[in-house]
Design a protein around this ligand. Structure first.
Ligand SMILES: NC(=O)c1ccc[n+]([C@@H]2O[C@H](COP(=O)([O-])OP(=O)(O)OC[C@H]3O[C@@H](n4cnc5c(N)ncnc54)[C@H](OP(=O)(O)O)[C@@H]3O)[C@@H](O)[C@H]2O)c1
Length: 339
């Protein structure tokens, strides 16, 4: 696990679902200072009252604003870049706003981190970047590309900054995700709204996401895309699980939303030849990396032979009982205000 003792860390988008959970974990791991950078002061006030700790500093700032980033990054060791516009339908309606935040904002992070000689920068990506159907996915694909190619700047005499990217699916219970939405509908005695019962989604709890992020940060050498090994569940099994845990309020089939996919894909069939595995994660390398370079950097790494894409419909499925257990442990049934 990442050694955070004495580290000064900045989280862009630190007031979001991921940023808040990551801040708590980093404090437990002994981080010296955590700077949260985001735009909305009210969200910062809420987070400050939830995490009352003088190691956490709140900075109002926008990743679109390069001079602000340069100031915020002074003295920082590690950056987690989680700030993003991420709501698919809002982005379809306002595509250039997502380009400004998710793409130009990412380039600002890269430029300012190089200038401030930051040790490690981690870009938080998503499965929606794989063969993107939505503008959101396309912006996150470019975020990933900017991060992996920023590693080209590494030069012993000038830049030491390691840039690594992460790619994972929906975190159970994060803002805008399906489980809190269904829970809220059931609690309001409404039918749950489903586009297709055969849809599948990868399963990842916030704790699993944090372990994955911190382990990847610890071992990353720069330019890799880290991808977790996950199981999945179908929307049908999710529906049954929630009806058994709460109440059966019925279902209503609605038309699919823009950018919505039947299954989540973490590695598409064209990328499979560049994927390797190390313990509980996969790593996607730039096609220009030779086998020797990869093996020298990671002595225990193994080549993966996928027969097809790595997708939520091809991996092992979680049973209904396992899913019920995961939902119960997540605390989402009691606390689902973030929808
Ligand atoms: N949630 C998931 O299941 C999931 C899965 C895979 C990947 N991801 C990725 O993980 C990251 C975090 O997701 P999340 O679920 O925590 O999202 P979230 O809850 O919507 O949080 C987004 C954060 O970004 C900040 N932000 C937005 N625009 C900004 C800007 N221009 N400058 C600075 N801060 C800005 C927001 O605060 P303000 O609005 O106050 O600025 C907020 O703190 C995103 O990059 C997302 O793509 C999420």
């Amino acid at each position: 696990m990442l050694n955070c003792k004495g580290k000064k860390i900045l989280i862009t988008g630190g007031t979001g679902s991921l940023g808040t959970a990551l801040t708590k974990r980093l404090l437990d791991l002994g981080a010296e200072t955590i700077r949260i950078l985001s735009r909305n002061e009210s969200k910062q006030i809420v987070m400050e009252s939830e995490i009352s700790n003088d190691k956490v500093r709140f900075l109002i700032g926008d990743v679109r604003d390069l001079p602000r980033l340069e100031k915020a990054l002074q003295g920082i060791d590690i950056v987690f870049h989680a700030a993003a516009l991420k709501h698919v339908n809002i982005i379809e309606y306002n595509p250039f706003e997502a380009i400004k935040t998710n793409i130009l904002g990412t380039q600002n992070i890269i430029d300012s981190c190089l200038k401030e000689n930051i040790e490690t920068v981690v870009g938080v990506g998503t499965d929606k970047a794989v063969s993107p159907l939505s503008t959101y996915g396309a912006t996150k694909l470019l975020m990933e590309k900017l991060f992996t190619s920023a590693a080209n700047y590494i030069d012993e005499n000038r830049y030491r900054t390691k840039f690594l990217a992460l790619r994972y699916g929906n975190v159970l219970g994060s803002s805008g995700s399906v489980i809190p939405k269904f829970i809220q509908q059931i609690k309001s005695k409404e039918k749950i709204t489903i586009t297709n019962l055969n849809m599948t989604r990868f399963s990842m709890t916030m704790d699993e996401a944090l372990d994955f992020i911190l382990e990847s940060t610890n071992i990353g050498k720069g330019s890799e895309v880290f991808i977790p090994k996950l199981k999945s569940y179908s929307i049908d099994v999710l529906k049954e699980s929630l009806f058994e845990l709460l109440e059966n309020t019925g279902e209503q089939i609605i038309s699919s939303r823009p950018g919505e996919k039947m299954h989540e894909t973490l590695v598409n069939s064209d990328e499979t030849k560049y994927v390797w595995e190390l313990d509980n994660k996969y790593m996607l390398f730039n096609p220009s990396k030779t086998e020797n370079e990869i093996k020298n950097n990671y002595p225990n790494i193994k080549k993966v032979e996928f027969s097809d894409a790595y997708s939520s419909n091809t991996v092992e499925k979680i049973s209904k009982n396992e899913l019920k257990e995961i939902i119960l442990k997540s605390g989402l049934l009691e606390n689902n205000e973030r929808v």
